[in-house]
Design a binder for this molecule. Structure first.
Ligand SMILES: C[S@@+](CC[C@H](N)C(=O)[O-])C[C@H]1O[C@@H](n2cnc3c(N)ncnc32)[C@H](O)[C@@H]1O
Length: 271
């Protein structure tokens, strides 16, 4: 089994995605799109951005490596009556079967950054996007203490065994030099690449930060693996405390719920 696929099918990302809907819609709005247009949402999960894209009239293909999330996305599309939105299984490292230059926009919000071969991912995104179109990536930033998920993953990985040799951290997609190098190798000069910090929000009126941590513990593959490793080492309580401190420190809700702003790097590429 492909370990990248196994990691994302292990949990149930829909439980985390439920806290991301508002910002997903905001990201889509901020793109200033005017249909008709064809959009690829890569690493789409169950459609946090794909659903609002389709609601505003775009024809949308969501591609994700996790079978369970593709199923969940297709269910959401059917329930919402969005017949120009389809989800299918695929790997951002190799979009075999997707035609060259077939999308006006390729969007990937915390999606393609998790694919293991970043140079292939950049090449594939450039290949399937039409010249004059756009690629937009949302990536967590490793060096930024306000980039909530990067910090959560940093804590989680400090409790897990070292990754296999040759593993490239997804967080490198939050570093400007790597982005320029990857798209550069895909034929895009640096003048056609813009980067800016932006903020995503994890919002739940009825889940406390402690319940949010529990949600990551139960449903988010990388955190599930960290807890499994911590269990073997007798460090579960230490891991739990560190994640709880992080979530509480970043939470801005004052009514018992959760509202965590999370800084990310928005990368816009015009191939
Ligand atoms: C953090 S989730 C984000 C999901 C969605 N974009 C959202 O904002 O709710 C990461 C997603 O990337 C997908 N993913 C990871 N590796 C992938 C790959 N190689 N190809 C396609 N999708 C991948 C996962 O299955 C998961 O749905």
């Amino acid at each position: 089994m492909n370990p990248n696929k196994a990691l994302w099918e292990k949990g149930d990302f829909t439980e985390i995605a439920a806290l991301m809907r508002q910002s997903g819609e905001a990201v889509v709005k901020s793109l200033g799109l005017t249909p008709p247009l064809r959009v690829l949402d890569l690493g789409c999960g169950d459609g946090t951005t794909a659903v609002p894209l389709a609601r505003m009239g775009a024809e949308v293909v969501g591609i994700d490596i996790a079978r369970n999330l593709v199923e969940a996305g297709n269910k959401r599309a059917a329930e919402a009556g969005l017949d120009r939105l389809t989800f299918q299984e695929g790997d951002a490292c190799n979009l075999a079967g997707v035609e060259d230059h077939s999308f006006d926009l390729t969007l990937t919000v915390f999606g393609a950054m998790f694919a293991p071969k970043p140079f292939e991912v950049a090449r594939e995104m450039v290949r399937v996007t039409r010249p004059g179109g756009r690629i937009v990536m949302g990536n967590w930033i490793p060096s930024d203490p306000t980039s909530f998920v990067s910090q959560l993953l940093k804590i989680s990985s400090s409790f897990t065994p070292p990754p296999p040799e040759g593993f490239v951290s997804p967080m490198t997609w939050g570093v400007e030099s790597h982005i320029l190098e990857r798209f550069g190798q895909a034929g895009v000069p640096k003048e056609k690449i813009a980067m800016a910090k932006d903020t995503f929000h994890f919002i739940s009126p009825d889940k406390s930060p402690a319940q949010l941590v529990e949600c990551f513990r139960q449903f988010y593959g990388p955190t599930m693996n960290a807890f499994a490793a911590a269990q073997k080492d007798g460090k579960v309580e230490e891991l739990h405390q560190q994640l709880l401190e992080l979530a509480k420190a970043q939470n801005q809700s004052s009514n018992g719920g959760t509202s965590i702003p999370a800084t990310f790097l928005r990368v816009t590429v015009c191939p």
